[in-house]
Design a protein around this ligand. Structure first.
Ligand code: HEC
Length: 141
């Protein structure tokens, strides 16, 4: 009886574990929820007229090298996403390292129906080294 219960317990937890097994990027999702969702929303839809969407964002697809820079250093310029223009400032999040940024990017690249490529930390690192508004630029754009 004891054994059976233990077996059942394990079987149940296996089922639960696989049901909950994240399809994507658990750290990326957690970081997204913490750092990004209050503006870009849990469903990536942004905020009408103010915050551009990440779900279905053509910007994400078109400027892969800019995305790590935006996350670390922020951005304030005219940006067009899905035919609409935004130019509210987004503050950077300097405490995220390249692995965390990679995980966030892979999460948003595969969330909400997005089907964009995978990034690895080396690509993100080299993008970060070439940011226009990075620490190496003197005149701050
Ligand atoms: C304080 C609100 C705010 C937070 C927090 C924020 N963003 Fe943004 N984000 C913006 C705004 C506003 C813009 C448009 C900036 C502009 O036009 O210069 C933007 C633009 C972007 C863009 C480019 C446009 C697009 O929609 O594809 C990406 C990518 C992006 N943010 C990703 C993120 C990620 C990832 C995080 C979390 C690490 C994050 N943002 C956190 C407000 C925010």
């Amino acid at each position: 009886m004891q054994h059976q219960n233990i077996f059942l317990f394990f079987a149940a937890s296996l089922v639960l574990a696989s049901a909950c097994a994240p399809k994507g990027f658990p750290q990326g999702e957690r970081l997204y929820t913490y750092h990004c969702a209050n503006c870009h929303m849990d469903d990536g839809s942004g905020l009408e007229g103010l915050i551009p969407p990440l779900a279905g964002s053509d910007f994400l697809a078109a400027y892969p090298a800019e995305v790590p820079c935006i996350i670390r250093y922020g951005v304030k310029k005219e940006i067009e996403v899905k035919g609409k223009t935004y130019e509210q400032e987004m503050a950077g999040i300097p405490e995220l390292n390249e692995y965390e940024i990679t995980n966030i990017i892979n999460y948003i690249h595969h969330a909400w129906g997005n089907e964009l490529g995978y990034r690895n930390p080396e690509e993100v690192k080299s993008a970060l080294e070439n940011c226009e508004s990075g620490p190496s630029s003197e005149n701050g754009g």
